[in-house]
Design a protein around this ligand. Structure first.
Ligand code: GLA
Length: 659
């Protein structure tokens, strides 16, 4: 079933207003709302005294109108009585500053009182709503880690971190060994000596730092798990999820999604300046479990609660296109944020489908039109999924390591992963974004950009994939570090060297603007020359062949890019960071063939397949008309017309064909 609706806050409005809202929602073909994530104070105004009737009436009225409810556990903002009794639930920053109530996300996930009170409200809600008609699922809390709150430095975290380290290593000697504490005299002999990496004069120990980030992420995962287990136990008929934040770097969402039936994410497009960045986040979220929803889909101007500024209005057609872009990348539900702009509170400028005055205007009409379209395509979408042949390994361990130590000025691991992803998308292919320990069989090509942290298990999994006929693409900084964030005492790319068939003779980080030139000696880019910067590696071939070499006299004979046949498969190693058109052209040789070739910039093509067949989506992510050549004539599902082979797609237009 395809879900379509909005985030709704009946606690802000009168019963008469709720009735009018429901009528408008029905016209827009809504079948779901999400409610309750900030309403702990309404549910439990005094400790142990629970009030649910205010929400029950809304759930009932919505249900009677054919609209289901996703409830949220409201643990993101405890009521005021909590702080009076338990001042120690507040988070502390690295410099000791305490995060005070008044906004949200200020409580520490390791504070025992907060954990206990959270469990209490979740249990009561679960008991109350387990059998209520209309309730279909739960979102745990809201956007863990939002506003930079994943990492807390309070005394509860200090204690919990020590326990976490003890569990991982068993002895302080093992900790010393893993972190390499002999550097700068950082040895530990007692567990109570282990500190949090707080504000300090120079950079932290990389092993200590990485483990603290893992611990901070695990603290969120643990909080999710407690609620997930409780909800699954008390409400076995409901799904449980959490709203992730796309490319958000602080929480290992692979681990978090172990405690979700499917993930959801909050999509606020047009903030990164590239519509494929939204697709990147869609595909990241989908890849955790194969299915996902967008739980907050932008439907109005954004509004910065801290700066007090209003953002841009969505242009006509954009809200519809964002929704279809979500569906095209695999979303099975789209829930707009929010139904109506708030009259009060820090997000007065953050608009929803309706403005403050509730008058349905252009944005509502667009949401209604889109709702009708989704209703028309619901049967065709049923049971379909995006099933890519390409995967990209996006590792949180490597992200955390390289976020702290990028190696070269201007290098960003996430940006690099995105550039690699973008080059795949530009060929008209979708891409799963997988963890290091994911199963790789079933993929034709795996990209592992700058996969710095590699151990024997990861190396063996990559080797097995290639041996069985897969194509692997590696880029600079690969295999340099152990899982403890120490450097390997091996020639780069360390444990990957055999499958690469080459080693790194010299690493040269470049200052910003400094470049070198490489020329392609083989492959489809033969004789092309391009500038490379940021970081280059001079490669020495063993069994590999050089595809590109440096033009610099000083680096004569050193390869920049290699190709090695290994088992039944092939490994490409890029010792340089390629981007844009060159990267796209280069990757073409390493990727499977798409349904449509040569798509122009701004068009996005995806496929959803299932028992009901194969749907191909063509989404125009620009305001200008674009053309594309389809491999034949097809039935277009939104209009019922026959289209192709030459297809024109209007600005912000969407075409869905049955292939
Ligand atoms: C996030 C939150 C929402 C709201 C929106 C808009 O996605 O989950 O509660 O704050 O941003 O700011």
């Amino acid at each position: 079933m395809f879900y379509y609706g909005a985030c709704y806050y009946p606690e802000h409005w009168t019963a008469a207003q709720v009735e009018k809202d429901i009528a408008l929602m029905q016209k827009a073909r809504f079948n779901v709302v999400r409610m309750g994530e900030f309403a702990w104070t309404k549910f439990e105004p005094e400790q142990g005294r629970y009030r649910f009737e205010w929400l029950d009436s809304a759930i009932k009225a919505l249900h009677e109108a054919g609209i289901s409810t996703v409830l949220c556990t409201p643990t993101c903002i405890p009521p005021q009585w909590v702080y009076a009794k338990h001042a120690d639930v507040l988070q502390e920053k690295a410099d000791g500053t305490v995060q005070h109530p008044g906004s949200r996300c200020h409580c520490c996930k390791n504070a025992p009182a907060y954990q206990m009170l959270s469990e209490g409200i979740v249990r009561e809600m679960a008991k109350h709503y387990a059998k209520m008609e209309g309730v279909i699922g739960w979102q745990v809390d809201n956007e863990f880690g939002c506003h930079g709150t994943t990492r807390c430095f309070c005394d509860h975290c200090k204690k919990a971190f020590r326990e976490w380290v003890r569990e991982r290593y068993g002895s302080t000697d093992a900790v010393n060994e893993a972190w390499g504490t002999s550097f700068w005299g950082f040895d530990f002999h007692q567990w109570y000596e282990i500190p949090l990496p707080r504000t300090m004069p120079a950079g932290p120990n990389p092993g200590h730092w990485l483990d603290f980030l893992r611990f901070s992420s695990d603290s969120q995962v643990g909080f999710q798990k407690i609620q997930y287990d409780l909800l699954k136990d008390l409400c076995p008929g409901h799904f449980v999820t959490h709203n992730c934040m796309g490319c958000f770097p602080d929480i290992d969402y692979y681990r978090l999604s172990d405690y979700m039936d499917f993930p959801v994410w909050d999509n606020y497009p047009n903030q990164a300046g590239d519509p494929l960045y939204e697709s990147y986040a869609h595909e990241i979220t989908r890849s955790f479990k194969g299915h996902y929803w967008v739980m907050e889909e932008r439907s109005g101007t954004t509004g910065d609660a801290s700066a007090g500024l209003m953002g841009e209005q969505p242009e006509p057609g954009e809200i519809r296109r964002w929704a279809w872009q979500s569906s095209a990348n695999g979303a099975d539900g789209i829930v707009y944020f929010r139904w109506r702009a708030c009259l009060t509170g820090a997000e007065q400028y953050w608009h929803g489908i309706l403005d403050h005055d509730s008058k349905p205007r252009r944005r509502y009409r667009e949401v209604r039109q889109t709702g009708k379209e989704f209703a028309r395509l619901a049967a065709a979408l049923e049971g379909t999924q995006v099933v890519p042949k390409v995967a990209l390994i996006r590792s949180f361990d490597t992200l955390w390591s390289l976020e702290r130590q990028p190696g070269a000025v201007g290098f960003s691991y996430d940006r690099h992963c995105f550039e690699m992803y973008r080059a795949v998308k530009r060929q008209g292919l979708s891409c799963d974004m997988v963890s290091m320990d994911a199963r790789l069989d079933g993929y034709v090509t795996v990209l592992a950009p700058s996969l710095s942290l590699v151990d024997e298990t990861v190396a063996a999994s990559l080797a097995a994939f290639v041996r069985q006929g897969g194509t692997l693409v590696l880029t600079p900084q690969s295999g340099a570090r152990t899982m403890s964030n120490a450097m390997w005492d091996l020639p780069r790319p360390g444990l990957l060297a055999e499958m690469v068939g080459a080693t790194v003779e010299e690493v040269r980080p470049y200052h910003q603007g400094q470049t070198n030139e490489i020329s392609f000696a083989r492959g489809s880019l033969i004789a092309q020359v391009c500038a490379v910067g940021t970081w280059v590696e001079l490669l020495e071939c063993d069994t590999a062949e050089a595809l590109a070499e440096y033009r610099d006299e000083a680096f004569k004979g050193k390869a920049a890019i290699t190709r090695n046949e290994f088992g039944e498969g092939v490994v490409y190693y890029l010792g340089v960071y390629l981007s844009g058109h060159i990267l796209e052209s280069f990757l073409r040789d390493a990727l499977p063939r798409p349904f449509v070739e040569g798509i122009s910039e701004g068009l996005e093509i995806t496929e959803r397949t299932g028992e009901n067949g194969r749907l191909v989506f063509v989404v125009n992510n620009t305001a200008e008309r674009k053309s594309v050549t389809l491999p034949g004539e097809f039935e277009e599902l939104l209009t019922g017309e026959t289209v192709g082979p030459n297809l024109k797609v209007s600005g912000n237009g969407v075409v869905v064909v049955r292939a």
